[in-house]
Design a protein around this ligand. Structure first.
Ligand code: HEM
Length: 480
């Protein structure tokens, strides 16, 4: 390995593993045991299949397969695939096929000219995910969530953390897309279908990965098709309500996408295509933020001293007792806690591409059709890039150490022309949600020892995390 630990390592100089919390993650094992485990057990979670060598090398062939699978965890190689040769490594056929029932050939999965056209037409809609514009909607959704949680506390019931946060982030993005809140009854149907979709679409059928050729995509299971149809029906219905309604003057993502027009050619989206892009915003815009927040709340429930530190920061920066836009911009410790959760559990832990040509990556010969997986999960836990990589240490994101990041070592939002368009939006909403909920509630995890991550589209808890909440004493007495 030529990587210099001194030039790349990030982390607090006083951070020693003994003092730092290690959040749940599978302990990597050798390549052969990992393969045997995947063959002889039903547990085919990608996180458990990664051999320990992957956390030390730049590029790794993954198992034996007809098409070839390569894992990339090196800043320079990530740049090659996602920036310098982006057209030679388009979105992977298996991922495109998996998401097609939800978004067809929409923005997130399209490539080349199709993507460039969509991106051009969708551009005006990005004004609605500017943080200043969206902040009020975020506050309103957090108000609703607080009321719901307070009712839960009064009933003395634990709640499903993942579901609570998914409903909150979905409500935020729903208000940004459609200018209205996500009704509770629709949310329940939506999340049940979404949970089924995520679980069934990501079942790794090892034989298919090993035996199939590139672009020979497998048929989807009935569970995938049925759950996707339920999700799409909700989104299509919202779009239909807008196009058939008499109300006008909307100022939101839905309106901008429906009325998008290329000024030179006059090109516009057809109705179905417009609905595909709206579905992309809804799906990409809620699950990702919710899953990192789930990890962040869980970790903080295990780290009371850290929570106390965040509460002091929040208390100091509130304005007239409220968490305002200005407060959120200055909450650096809260933001760093979220960034550290994002490092350990990047929702898109594996970003798959396909090689269009016979080529070479980091000294490995790559055949056309090889699945090239850029892995933020491995990169963010790489032993040559991070000190104490498996430990929770938000100080690594403090301003003076942040500058030492090597470009490409921290890529939760991707890189290059396909980088996430909602990163500032996600950072703002996550910091706001953490600040408001931590300030008001005390959270206790019901069964922390059962919590383990799994890779199902996003990196999420294998079992729902049950939390108990209570209202903080200061809220009951009215004193800080
Ligand atoms: C913590 C939260 C989020 C994470 C970690 C995340 C991560 C990512 C990543 C890694 C990509 C690139 C995927 C690739 O290269 O194949 C992406 C693309 C995208 N994201 Fe996000 N995202 C987040 C939140 C959001 C939000 C809040 C929105 C919208 C409101 C959003 C909208 C999109 C869209 C539209 C794309 C496709 C861009 C394109 O291909 O042109 N994301 N996201």
């Amino acid at each position: 390995m030529e990587w210099g630990r001194s030039s790349l390592a990030v982390g607090s100089p006083v951070s020693e593993p003994g003092n730092l919390y290690r959040p749940p993650a599978p302990t990597p094992i050798g390549a052969v045991p990992a393969l045997l485990r995947s063959i002889f057990t039903l547990d085919r979670d990608l996180l458990k299949l990664i051999p320990d060598t992957a956390y030390h090398t730049k590029v790794e062939r993954f198992g034996l397969s007809r098409r070839g699978i390569v894992l990339i965890a090196d800043p320079a190689l990530v740049r090659q695939v996602m920036v310098d040769e982006v057209d030679a490594f388009p979105k992977n056929d298996l991922m495109v096929n998996a998401l097609a029932p939800l978004i067809n050939d929409g923005l997130f999965v399209s490539s080349h000219e199709v993507w460039r056209r969509q991106r051009n037409l969708v551009e005006p809609a990005f004004s609605h995910i500017r943080v200043q514009t969206a902040f009020e909607k975020m506050q309103q959704a957090v108000d609703t969530c607080e009321d719901r949680l307070t009712a839960n506390v009064r009933r003395g019931e634990p709640f499903n953390l993942d579901r609570m946060l998914a409903q909150l982030t979905a409500d935020i993005v729903f208000r940004t897309i459609f200018s209205k809140s996500l009704e509770d009854n629709k949310a329940a149907q939506f999340f049940d279908a979404w949970a089924t979709f995520q679980r069934s679409v990501s079942e790794i059928r090892l034989s298919q990965l090993i035996l199939r050729r590139a672009w020979d995509t497998p048929p989807q299971s009935t569970a995938v098709a049925t759950s996707a149809a339920v999700i799409r029906q909700h989104i299509d219905q919202m779009v239909a309500e807008r196009t058939s309604g008499t109300a006008t003057g909307f100022n939101d993502i839905c309106e901008d996408i429906l009325t998008a027009k290329d000024p030179d050619s006059g090109d516009r989206f057809g109705l179905d295509e417009a609905a595909d892009q709206i579905a992309v915003f809804f799906i990409a815009g809620h699950e990702t933020t919710a899953s990192v927040l789930t990890w962040c709340f869980f970790i903080l429930s295990q780290q009371p001293d850290h929570v106390a530190e965040l509460r002091r920061e929040i208390e100091d920066l509130k304005q007239d007792g409220a968490v305002t836009f200005e407060t959120v911009k200055r909450l650096s410790k809260t933001r760093n806690a979220f960034l550290e959760a994002l490092r350990l559990y990047p929702p898109l832990g594996f970003i798959p591409r396909v090689s269009l040509n016979d080529t070479e990556l980091g000294g490995l010969r790559i055949q056309r059709g090889t699945m090239v997986i850029v892995s933020p999960y491995i990169l963010h836990r790489h032993h040559a890039l991070w000190r104490n990589p498996d430990r929770f240490d938000p100080t690594r994101f403090e301003r003076d150490t942040e500058n030492r990041f090597t470009s490409g070592a921290f890529i939760p939002f991707g890189l290059g022309p396909r980088v996430c368009v909602g990163s500032s939006f996600a950072m703002m909403e996550a910091t706001l949600i953490l600040a408001r909920l931590i300030d008001r509630f005390e959270f206790t995890s019901v069964a922390p020892d059962r919590v383990q991550p799994v890779c199902q589209l996003s990196i999420r808890p294998a079992e729902d995390i049950q939390m108990a909440a209570s209202i903080r004493t200061k809220d009951l007495t009215g004193t800080p």
